[in-house]
Design a binder for this molecule. Structure first.
Ligand SMILES: NC(=O)c1ccc[n+]([C@@H]2O[C@H](COP(=O)([O-])OP(=O)(O)OC[C@H]3O[C@@H](n4cnc5c(N)ncnc54)[C@H](OP(=O)(O)O)[C@@H]3O)[C@@H](O)[C@H]2O)c1
Length: 255
């Protein structure tokens, strides 16, 4: 496929590299920032462009990988096109692209992606399209990029997006708070790494509820009290400790 990429951030970079590896041609990279646009275009063997009027009419696919709030304005500024136009957002409706042309869709990577990744991880691709033709093109493109391709409408994609925020963004924030707390207390966060990895790996085989351990599920009052005293100087972590302890006890009481 001949592809134009709009955006120069994390997803534009990773999907662009994946598409190139899968044998597609990236014709152009469109961006606002001259340095970032030229850098990604060079990496993908594409031409950098900065005006929507210069977008190639030869593209089979135009991929928009933008901040969620900018899809409507960027899509609205694009000339009507015969290319299939897709966005990559979990929480943005497919319909934001309806003015772009006859065929539009979504190619949403269910993974945390960052420009700096050396090795591109595997990730499910959730696809949607405005009709069977758009869906079939996207199904065939996505199958060349990922082993897991799932059709998901706006509502379903939003639910997966929220699931991703809960299991990834929130746990990572807990890691960040814990790392800062470890530093303050003079202990090594790195010693907790095997614990993080072991639980994450186990979850491929068993349900999370089955691997819950710790003082909250055991109602171990003495240990809980010791922890509370240690967190007295950390109000943010202390509030989370209380909320999560209560949640674990209520969840496992109900079962
Ligand atoms: N990163 C992830 O893990 C991930 C995973 C799945 C899906 N997504 C979705 O993929 C999309 C892109 O995410 P990302 O992480 O790649 O974001 P990002 O790294 O912040 O990149 C956003 C891009 O949008 C451009 N942009 C923002 N506002 C613009 C405007 N008004 N006009 C033109 N360009 C504009 C930015 O340009 P400048 O550099 O000039 O600001 C930048 O190139 C989002 O919809 C996100 O929800 C992200």
């Amino acid at each position: 496929m001949d592809i134009v990429i709009i955006g120069t951030g994390n997803v534009a970079t990773i999907l662009g590299r994946k598409m190139l590896l899968a044998g597609h041609r990236i014709l152009q990279v469109f961006g606002r920032h001259p340095g970032r646009t030229a850098g990604l275009a060079e990496r993908l063997g594409a031409d950098p462009v900065h005006a929507v009027g210069d977008l190639s009419a030869r593209a089979d696919l135009i991929l928009l990988a933008l901040s969620d709030s900018s899809y409507a304005s960027v899509a609205g500024s694009m000339p009507h096109t015969r290319s299939l136009v897709v966005h990559t957002a979990g929480a943005v409706s497919l319909q934001v692209l309806k003015g772009c042309g006859d065929r539009y869709g979504v190619l949403y990577p269910l993974q945390s992606l960052s420009c700096e990744l050396d090795e591109i991880p595997d990730f499910p691709l959730l696809i949607d399209g405005n009709g069977e033709e758009s869906l079939q093109i996207l199904q065939s493109l996505a199958a060349g990029l990922s082993k897991i391709v799932v059709r998901a409408d706006d509502d379903t994609r939003l639910r997966y997006h929220l699931g991703g925020v809960l299991v990834n963004n929130f746990t990572n924030h807990l890691y960040a708070l814990t790392a800062a707390w470890c530093e303050k207390e003079g202990i090594a966060f790195s010693l907790l790494q095997p614990l993080i990895t072991e639980t994450a790996v186990r979850l491929a085989r068993v349900l999370p509820a089955a691997v819950q351990t710790g003082p909250a599920i055991r109602h171990d009052a003495v240990s809980l009290e010791k922890h509370r005293r240690l967190l007295e100087g950390s109000p943010g972590l202390s509030a989370l400790y209380e909320a999560l302890t209560k949640s674990i006890q209520q969840f496992h009481h109900k079962k």
